[in-house]
Design a binder for this molecule. Structure first.
Ligand code: ATP
Length: 276
């Protein structure tokens, strides 16, 4: 067993987590429309992967759902309750947990301190309980509990961030780039944990790996130039159809031209070459 091996969480007895409903969601940065009239549903307890090339609006969508970007047009509903006008801390109180692309852990704090962030009265005992819970998900966290989070590798930090959130039994977990820059073996471990928690919480995960995402997720959503290019059950489309959706250039007849992708479409090239 390597230091970061995963111990499977107990399977869910019944589905929990919040149903997420996104209706007509739009967001502009100044004159740039980063998201345009995006509508889709994520059933409670399911995993939804958000795919799309660079600049497609994936991070903007994640931030709009988490509430770190104010929702100006459209609606975000949790179990039917419209939370669109609530700031991120109110959504957090409803159980919306967010792992941003950067800054998912507090590098100057220890692992043990990280797992109780947001629980001011935890104390030494509460901290140990939280470490034990986190270590039940990623065992290496038990032996590294006194290390500063900044000393962990990128993959270990992502595991810490994910476990910190999962032990709080969130209603919805929003992850911006779960696997970004991580080795395939580390990605496997993160994906395995997400799969184990299917049914206990709802996941909205921004991903770069198309094939892996399709295998993991119940539903996939492809964004392209800020538009919804595809929203479907993961097993209802082929990999080719998913990758084709990346290329859809659904420009509006009026309004400002959307920004072109910053790089060649991230159609999971690493993924398809790596695994095919
Ligand atoms: P990536 O995969 O490269 O992270 P993305 O699909 O997550 O891309 P976003 O980061 O949501 O896309 O960006 C969508 C568009 O909005 C891009 O054209 C981007 O340049 C622009 N954008 C994002 N954040 C800002 C900001 N804070 N101010 C201005 N423009 C922004």
């Amino acid at each position: 067993m390597s230091s970061t091996d995963v111990v499977a969480a107990a399977p869910a007895e019944s589905v929990s987590g919040a149903a997420l409903t996104i209706r007509g969601l739009s967001h502009s940065y100044g004159g740039l429309e980063a998201l345009r009239d995006v509508t889709f549903d994520v059933p409670a307890g399911s995993i939804c992967a958000i795919l799309g090339p660079n600049g497609a609006g994936k991070s903007t969508l994640a931030a709009c759902v988490a509430g770190t970007i104010a929702t100006s047009q459209g609606s975000v509903l949790l179990d039917g309750t419209d939370v669109s006008r609530e700031p991120h801390f109110r959504r957090a109180r409803r159980g919306v947990a967010y792992i941003p692309e950067q800054g998912a852990v507090f590098p100057a704090l220890t692992v043990a301190e990280n797992v109780v962030v947001g629980r001011p009265g935890a104390g030494r005992r509460g901290r140990q309980e939280a470490v034990d819970q986190a270590a039940a998900i990623f065992p290496f966290l038990g032996s590294r509990s006194r290390d500063r989070a900044g000393m962990l590798s990128g993959g270990e930090q992502q595991m810490l961030a994910l476990s910190r959130i999962l032990i709080q039994k969130p209603a919805l977990v929003v992850v911006d780039e779960l696997s970004h820059g991580l080795a395939p073996a580390v990605v496997d471990k993160l994906f395995a944990v997400v799969a184990e928690f299917r049914g206990t919480t709802t996941f909205l995960i921004i991903e770069q790996y198309v094939k892996r995402s399709q295998e993991l997720a119940d539903d996939v959503v492809v964004l392209s130039y800020g538009n919804l290019a595809l929203a479907t059950q993961a097993n209802a489309v082929s990999l080719d159809q998913l990758e084709d959706a990346y290329e859809i250039e659904a420009r509006q007849p009026d309004g400002p031209e959307p920004a072109p992708p910053a790089a060649s479409p991230a159609t999971g090239q690493a993924d398809t070459t790596e695994e095919s």
